[in-house]
Design a protein around this ligand. Structure first.
Ligand code: XIL
Length: 362
């Protein structure tokens, strides 16, 4: 085994990988093309949305050639799937699930309980705690039942612990939304969400999904504590989603520490929303000086996941978007950036090769 150290600027990236062995695992038949999915021993996923998945050939080709898992980026958020009381609109998510079935891909469902994507009718809902509980339960179970046997796993609850490790009362830094579940259902709603989802599909793997594990130690500790408590109570949590919306100032040591600690829960670990911003301060000028750092961090992340997470807990690594022009960093956050592995013209960037190298095994 060889240790490779890349020193770039003041940041030292230290990764391990096996030298001398074949770069790719043995492939068979139609799988001869080198690709992300053929280079990894765990699923490689991507968040997808429509209409691109239906209309855009370049986008579709990347999804089918490179990935073997898809996450529903927006189509199962409450405001899309249930825009009015009692109404469930599965059209968008069904199209993604059908596409995945045609192409033999795993589907990860995002997201059942997320207070940031609630429609007005839920935010303004009037009722006592029993009525809120009914709303919560019906939402979870209607969706999970609809996709029973088709969606392998769910982000059951998303982003409900703040950066100091306390229950999130609102979305603070993003400004606005209030955690209505905490407000109306009390602190144990997280456990009940898992129980309700499990009743609706006992075979689905159920995740708690959040971000900032690599940057906020108190938050990381609180997530791990919550997961261990849920497990000890027999609540059917199966995994932890580690979003890893990162930027180039995150160090490999931060990433390795987060992954090592999460793995100790014994749960499935899914890097669930990966992207790396080059330009965290959103400067208007060129992005190129940081590209090497970004590539090195992609390389380290892949190798850290492969080596630090036990094989039986490797649920996979999922990118949050196919190509830069489809990234939420550009389209929703309006940042001047280039965070993914494929560029605006759907071409492979250097990040692609470096990430792939990090996936290699002996
Ligand atoms: C983002 C989507 O990518 C955007 O298209 C949308 O406008 C806002 O939400 N954490 C999550 C995701 O769990 O649901 C968010 O997705 C990104 C942050």
């Amino acid at each position: 085994m060889k240790k490779i150290i890349l020193t770039i600027g003041f940041v030292s990236f230290s990764c391990f990988f096996f030298a001398g062995a074949s770069k790719y695992p043995p492939l068979s038949g139609s799988q001869q093309q080198p690709s992300l999915k053929n280079s990894a021993k765990f699923p490689i996923g991507v968040a997808v949305d429509i209409p691109a998945l239906i209309n855009n050939e370049d986008y579709k080709n990347i999804v089918t050639n490179e990935f073997n898992s898809v996450t529903t980026e927006n189509q199962l958020k409450w405001n899309r799937v249930s825009p009015a009381p009692g109404v469930f609109n599965f059209k968008g998510a069904d199209a993604i699930v059908d596409f995945a079935a045609q192409h033999n891909m795993r589907v990860h469902g995002h997201v059942l309980i997320y207070f940031e994507s609630l429609p007005q009718w839920v935010q303004n809902f009037q009722g006592d705690s029993a009525a809120w509980e009914q709303l919560f339960k019906t939402h979870i179970q209607t969706i999970v039942r609809h996709y029973r046997g088709k969606v392998a796993s769910w982000d059951v609850v998303n982003e409900v612990i703040d950066q100091n490790g306390n229950p999130a009362v609102n979305d603070g830094h993003r400004g606005g939304s209030v955690n209505v579940w905490l407000q109306h259902l009390g602190s144990d709603y997280v456990a009940r969400a898992f129980t309700y989802a499990h009743e609706a599909d006992p075979n689905a793997v159920l995740f708690y999904n959040d971000n900032g594990h690599e940057s906020y130690p108190k938050k990381l500790a609180a997530i791990i504590k919550m997961a261990n408590d849920l497990k000890a109570r027999g609540i059917p949590i199966g995994g932890l989603g580690v979003q890893m919306h990162m930027n180039i100032n995150v160090t490999p040591a931060n990433v390795k520490n987060a992954l090592t600690q999460m793995a100790r829960t014994g749960l499935q670990i899914h890097i669930s929303e990966l992207d790396i911003r080059l330009n965290p301060n959103n400067l208007p000028d060129t992005l190129s000086p940081e590209i090497t750092k970004q590539g090195a961090l992609y390389n380290c992340l892949a190798s850290a996941y492969r080596t630090l997470i036990p094989k039986s807990q490797q649920y996979g690594i999922t990118f949050w978007g196919v190509s830069d022009n489809n990234s939420w960093i550009i389209n929703a956050m309006h940042q001047h950036d280039s965070p993914l592995l494929f560029n605006n013209k759907y071409g492979k960037k250097q990040n692609y090769q470096l990430f792939m190298k990090g996936l290699s095994s002996n």
